[in-house]
Design a protein around this ligand. Structure first.
Ligand code: HEM
Ligand code: HEM
Length: 276
């Protein structure tokens, strides 16, 4: 997905969404029901039917996404339509309800639907921005290659540290053994480790004096270089994990709330027809 989903087909789906919203608004203004506007008038049922149909169709996207190529619409076209018609749904459903909200199952449905729609908007921002951020951060390397380079650096650090004093050796080994990439959800989202053992080791070696040109100091300099490189690589890997984690967390909001909203829709329609 890239920027073109918002301008897909010369804004085709923005125009469809605006036309739908405008038609609903005109009908709502011209409609003169006996009581206050509400979901049980002929217009209320029409707008309710459109809202319900739209919601089922938007949720169908989850299944459709996994079977691209089977239908007429491309992945981009689907998503463009999903985004604009999903946004129009907020408008049509509000007119359907006649702005009548209260402590009832109907309003629960409305709130769930709005959570899905608002999370969708946040998702558009992520999906437009993150692929570029991921590519820039990876600089042409895959996650596997970055991890392999990290392992190479660890091997070199271990060898260099072996010939150095105990304190340096211990901190270098800690940097190899205790450095964590990923971990808990909070750590993944944070994207850095405030107590990273590699940083501790790098700072320690940096502070040690390099006054002579002895073999030890040459090794120490090489060790410092490797630790700096490892820190830089860790920064990129943690950023990679962070960006991918944000997208996963976003899906965990958008999709389960879609399912909850669909269930509330069924409850709404069943209760309305039951009391009819
Ligand atoms: C996304 C879809 C929908 C949303 C968010 C939604 C939301 C609402 C809300 C908030 C109300 C106001 C409740 C009140 O007056 O206290 C309402 C009323 C109503 N809705 Fe829906 N609705 C949707 C779809 C549908 C569908 C598909 C139907 C059935 C065809 C339907 C039938 C009705 C009826 C008959 C009322 C009037 C209830 C009354 O005044 O007692 N709605 N809807
Ligand atoms: C009630 C309305 C909506 C429902 C039921 C709904 C449902 C879904 C579902 C089921 C998926 C597929 C997720 C997956 O399985 O990977 C999805 C993806 C998505 N939706 Fe919605 N959605 C709604 C409204 C919106 C709105 C209003 C927007 C944006 C303004 C939006 C933006 C997105 C985006 C960006 C994706 C990810 C596409 C991808 O992974 O390629 N959604 N939505």
């Amino acid at each position: 997905m890239h920027e073109s989903i918002l301008v897909y087909g010369k804004l085709r789906y923005l125009k469809v969404a605006l036309a739908l919203a405008a038609l609903s608004a005109v009908a709502y203004v011209l409609h003169t029901p006996l009581g206050p506007p509400n979901g049980a008038t002929w217009l209320g049922y029409t707008l309710g039917g459109i809202s319900g149909g739209l919601m089922v169709w938007l949720a169908w996207f989850g299944i459709k996404k996994r079977t691209y190529g089977a239908g007429r619409l491309s992945a981009q076209e689907w998503l463009s339509a999903h985004v604009y018609l999903g946004t129009a749904l907020a408008f049509v459903a509000t007119l359907h309800a006649g702005f009548r909200f209260g402590a009832n199952i109907h309003t629960v449905l409305y709130v769930l639907m709005m959570i899905v729609i608002i999370s969708g908007m946040v998702g558009v921002y992520f999906y437009l921005r993150y692929p570029r951020l991921l590519t820039e951060n990876r600089r042409g390397l895959s996650s596997e290659v970055m991890l392999a380079q990290l392992a190479d650096l660890d091997r070199e650090i271990r060898q260099l540290a072996m010939g150095l004093d105990d304190a340096t050796n211990t901190l270098a080994l800690n940097a190899i053994r205790d450095t964590i990439v990923g971990g808990s959800l909070a750590n993944q989202l944070r994207g850095f480790d405030p107590h990273c053992p590699t940083t501790v080791a790098r700072m320690f070696v940096e502070r040690s004096s390099f006054e002579s040109t002895s073999e030890q100091d040459a090794k120490r300099r090489q060790l410092l270089m490797r630790l700096v490189r490892k820190e830089e690589m860790l920064k990129r890997i943690r950023r990679d994990v962070q960006l991918r984690c944000v997208l996963r967390v976003w899906l965990y909001v958008h999709v389960p709330f879609s399912i909850a909203a669909l269930m509330a829709l069924v409850a709404h329609v069943v209760t309305e027809f039951y009391y009819w």
